[in-house]
Design a protein around this ligand. Sequence first.
Ligand code: AMP
Length: 410
Amino acid sequence: MRDVMSPDAERQRAVVDVFADLAGRAGYGHLMSPILEDLGVFLRVGESTDVVTKEMYDFEDKDGQRIAMRPELTASVVRAFVQHNPTNLPWKIWYEGPQFRHEKPQAGRYRQFSQVGIEVLGSDDPHVDVEVIALGWRFYEALGMRQVSLLMNSLGDESCRPAYLEALTRYLLDRRTDLSERSQETLDKNPLRVLDSKRREDQAIIAEAPLMVDFLSEETGEHFAAVRAGLEALSIPYEISPRLVRGLDYYTRTTFEFASTALTNAQNAVGGGGRYDGLAESLGGKPTPGIGFALGVDRILLACDDEGCFPEPATAPEVMVLDLVGGSEAIVLTDQLREAGFRADRTFDGRSMKAQMKVADRSDAPWVLIVGEDELAQGQVTIRDMQGDAGQTTIDRGDVITELKTRLGA
Ligand code: AMP
């Protein structure tokens, strides 16, 4: 696992701020759920997926309870929904935070990574699907990302998925020995996931496999058509990706993925989600439709780097205070600057003027205020332009705030 250092950490937080603003304006409340869950929460939703069976960090706690560090948040959110039973439906929430998966770390794939997401429980209106997908789309737009494609599929529901699974399983079993060893294993546990294989030897078989879209019941087909019509009304472009299946078992009907075409490696998925109309019930709640998405903050920022958008927020101070006298003057001046709203930092340790100037230089602060013996005696401060050609002058101590405001404004 890695440390996210400044200024990358500030940039991650700025992404979350953009997301929180969008979600808040769209009527989503913030949910902060625990990082640890009872292991059963995830076992019940993803028994046949790698995320749950191979990649989860789980352990026994001091009471002997089996605990998992969350590998994703949808299951936690639905667990919270079942537990608190909110009556105001649809229940719309957004979240952000770290997820944990024991994967082989590589560019864009980490063992601890950060996601933002939303979930809506209590309505299967296709306009909810449209709202959810559109919010993801608008978020990428707000970050300045232009090279994002939206891939859509419908995975059907209990009215049509069993017939499709039967056809798919029959098709794959007939070609079993030609599949990669890994896909043969997947076939026994979850035939749908074979479609997600990127292995070369599987590709020809996958290309000819029966497609869910050809098996959709009338109702599911109409639901999917209504979702697509809504996206078209919003001028949000999408591609139908009939082999798109997602990493967890619980998805039904609308599923989607956001891919960055700016990211050229295999890790180009910057987000994904879908409907999970059976999940609340499998976690012990009343049958409740639901839909949501999770977007990967780390990977989004890699894509932003490639697109040249959403730069790091400024972390350099606007002003640096140099203390040549000791005593309390520099403490008081720095405090006043911060109280007045400036990003203000100062030197410590009473070193030479030259050494302190070096610190100021390295800080990238455009302005330096020098507290020296003479200045202190005359109730003045020296102000120095570090990046322009205004040079160095002394100003009255009482004018510092207004003077700095003018200079930074200019
Ligand atoms: P998932 O929950 O697998 O659908 O993931 C949703 C999004 O989280 C993906 O589209 C990625 O952007 C991001 N993501 C998933 N796994 C990782 C990881 N190991 N490292 C970084 N980002 C990830």
